[in-house]
Design a protein around this ligand. Structure first.
Ligand SMILES: Nc1nc2c(ncn2[C@@H]2O[C@H](COP(=O)(O)OP(=O)(O)OP(=O)(O)O)[C@@H](O)[C@H]2O)c(=O)[nH]1
Ligand SMILES: [Mg+2]
Length: 286
């Protein structure tokens, strides 16, 4: 099985639910995975909510390539004309930047309410993104900040699903999960690399093979070094890695399944290195 499967029925429903939630907020915080900033980005967020201000968080920057973090952030700043924050779970300082930006972006909406004679209210925001990009981690960081700052207030609004971050901002406590819409195998395989697609949808040996193929193309030197290949050796593949690591089955056969699973989990944890697998030139963005 080499094809990654999609379920269009679920997607339509998920998209409708996401749109309903987005209608409730003033500012959207979209999280993408910095290792695949393009493949983990929802291309049609603007269609779902054309006039909503947005912040893009390029998360997991601790395990992506620093050079490309900068390049992609600049591309998205220009392309979407919005604030882009390169961040990671470890970075606590960014929370203030996010909070300030949410307020700044909702200022106009709030002014308009006052002009219309409506009562002032807190700015509403929500975190959206594809599976596993770090939505919950982001929400937790924002809530933790709220708890240390505003004490028991968080519990009061919980029953409405809104959590008070400070006296001016409320956060929807459940993230909006972006359904993966396209039947685009190139995007799908990259989402599988970073564990953003349920493991039942693909074959791990196929996905690991593709990962090694791409990594050895983009980061040849690092990959050879990590897996103990000499720099002039060619054709890095799962079988060779298995044999080098002595992950073998009866009869000296390479244990490619075990090797594949180890490679995928090491990559996902950033143990192999800090890599970015989407390149602007692939998408005509440079
Ligand atoms: N290295 C690294 N890992 C991270 C970062 N942010 C999140 N993670 C890890 O990525 C995994 C997914 O994070 P979550 O915050 O649960 O992601 P999510 O988007 O809520 O995932 P779903 O609810 O499954 O859609 C967890 O194992 C986190 O520890 C980060 O900045 N760096
Ligand atoms: Mg989550």
């Amino acid at each position: 099985m080499t094809h990654i499967h999609w379920y269009p029925g679920h997607i339509a429903k998920a998209q409708k639910q996401l749109k309903e939630k987005l209608n409730l907020v003033d500012v959207i915080i979209e999280v993408v995975d910095a290792r695949i900033p393009y493949s983990s980005k929802y291309k049609t967020t603007d269609e779902l909510c054309p006039n909503k201000p947005k912040i893009i968080l390029m998360n997991k920057a601790d395990i992506s390539d620093e050079k490309y973090n900068k390049i992609w952030a600049e591309i998205y700043r220009r392309k979407y004309n919005c604030k882009v924050i390169v961040t990671s779970l470890l970075n606590k300082k960014d929370i203030n930047v996010i909070i300030d930006k949410v307020l700044e972006l909702s200022n106009q909406t709030m002014q308009r309410r006052i002009e219309k004679g409506l009562l002032p209210r807190a700015t509403r925001t929500m975190v959206i993104g594809m599976p596993n990009v770090g939505k919950s981690s982001t929400i937790n960081k924002l809530i933790k900040k709220a708890k240390t700052k505003t004490g028991a207030k968080a519990g009061v609004t919980r029953q409405q699903q809104w959590i008070r971050i400070n006296d001016k901002i409320e956060l929807l406590d459940t993230p909006g999960i972006i359904p993966t819409v396209q039947d685009d195998q190139k995007q799908a395989i990259k989402l599988a690399f970073v564990n953003s697609i349920g493991e039942k949808a693909y074959d791990s040996e196929y996905v690991a093979e593709k990962l090694i193929e791409l990594l050895s193309k983009l980061y040849t030197k690092d990959i050879k070094q990590y897996f103990n290949f000499s720099q002039d050796e060619t054709d890095i593949n799962i079988e060779k890695i298995a044999l080098k690591r002595n992950w073998i089955l009866k009869g000296e056969k390479a244990d490619t399944l075990r090797t594949s699973n180890i490679i995928l989990s090491c990559f996902r944890e950033g143990k192999i290195g800090k890599f970015t697998l989407d390149r602007p030139e692939e998408y005509g963005l440079i």
